[in-house]
Design a protein around this ligand. Structure first.
Ligand SMILES: [Zn+2]
Ligand SMILES: [Zn+2]
Length: 346
């Protein structure tokens, strides 16, 4: 593997990342500060996501026992958004209407249990809730894409520590999906095989970046990763959506999620912040043989619980850049226990 500056091509987005491994040669220092462990209550009477509590507008949450999905009280998209945007008189000033709606999905009634702390059946419940709700939203006539995502931790702008996620359904395809649809379609046209199926096979041959895998899913630090501990979780077969997964595939995905998020928490022995989301095929009623269901984990932390990577300067103005290589990052994650640090015998 190159240890001099080089750029790597992201086959999924068609963009490049600058890798500067020589800058990361200094060994991992002992300066891993730990934050005092946060202890959250199992139930918080002031939390608007806990069971039985009041939300905006005087609505009370049910006494839910598994997952809980509801329309976001402050949605970024509205189903009856302006249907007429004033016609643009100039090609440099273009806008089009965007309609949609947004759900919030709580992982469990427990205020204090994040994904890695849930047991496998509970994680499967979360996956099934995402699958059912994104299928239902995708079946609405005017919806063409559903984004499932979780912002975890205050560092990622998450405003409520109660573990939850969001589903945004919209009438137009968002930027990342436009890019990934173009690259996967092009690859499929040329090779008659899905890009990600080939990519994962190649990664398994090389074995340099695999974090964890089972019969149906693989988690790896992608060759083109931008964030220090970025992870891609991808299905082994072409699959357009979460709803397409069989029961055994859903169990396999739950296992991979537990492995990835547990190692994340164990890295700095904190509740590891990230933005995570699934990329499902457009919900446009068309077959998508080129598409392989996958999830991206983008965590901001670099060297410790408090040292984060910033995307500033060169990254904002030119292109993303990283020092620690994906191969070194995956080695760090692989070397960690898959038993959550809170459950470890002292
Ligand atoms: Zn809560
Ligand atoms: Zn993607």
């Amino acid at each position: 593997m190159l240890d001099t500056p080089h750029r790597r091509y992201n086959a999924l987005t068609g963009e490049w990342v600058l890798v500067s491994p020589h800058r990361a040669k200094r060994p991992w220092l002992g300066q891993v500060e730990k934050l005092s462990p946060e202890t959250l209550p199992a139930y918080d009477p002031t939390c608007y996501l806990c069971p039985r509590n009041e939300r905006a507008g005087g609505i009370f949450n049910p006494d839910y026992v598994n997952t809980f999905a509801f329309e976001n009280d402050f949605a970024a998209l509205l189903p009856d958004s302006v249907d007429e945007v004033p016609a643009s008189s100039h090609p440099l000033f273009v806008s089009v209407p965007e309609t949609g709606h947004c759900l919030v999905v709580c992982f469990s009634p427990r205020h204090d249990l994040t994904l890695p702390e849930l047991d496998l059946p509970a994680i499967e419940n979360v996956l099934s809730t995402w699958a059912q709700n994104s299928a239902d939203m995708g079946n609405e006539d005017y919806i063409h894409y559903v984004q499932v995502f979780e912002n975890k931790g205050a560092m990622m702008g998450c405003s409520n520590p109660h573990p939850h996620s969001q589903l945004w359904a919209q009438s137009q395809l968002p930027n990342e999906i436009i890019k990934e649809l173009a690259t996967q379609t092009e690859y499929f046209k040329i090779n008659n095989r899905p890009l990600l199926v080939d990519y994962v096979k190649e990664e398994h041959k090389r074995k340099e970046r695999i974090l964890f895998s089972n019969d149906h899913f693989t988690a790896l630090v992608p060759y083109w990763a931008v964030w220090p501990f970025e992870v891609l979780v991808t299905a082994h077969r072409p699959s357009a959506s979460l709803k397409e997964l069989s029961a055994s595939e859903t169990s396999a995905l739950a296992e991979v999620f537990k492995q990835v998020t547990t190692r994340y928490d164990n890295l700095f022995e904190i509740s590891f912040p990230y933005s995570m989301g699934f990329h499902q095929a457009p919900a446009d009623g068309q077959p998508h043989p080129e598409w392989v269901l996958h999830a991206h984990f983008y965590p901001p932390l670099l060297r410790s619980a408090t040292v984060r990577k910033f995307m500033v300067g060169y990254e904002m103005l030119a292109m993303p850049q990283r020092d620690i290589t994906p191969e070194v990052a995956v080695e760090r994650l692989r070397s960690l226990s898959d038993v959550h640090y809170k459950h470890r015998e002292k």
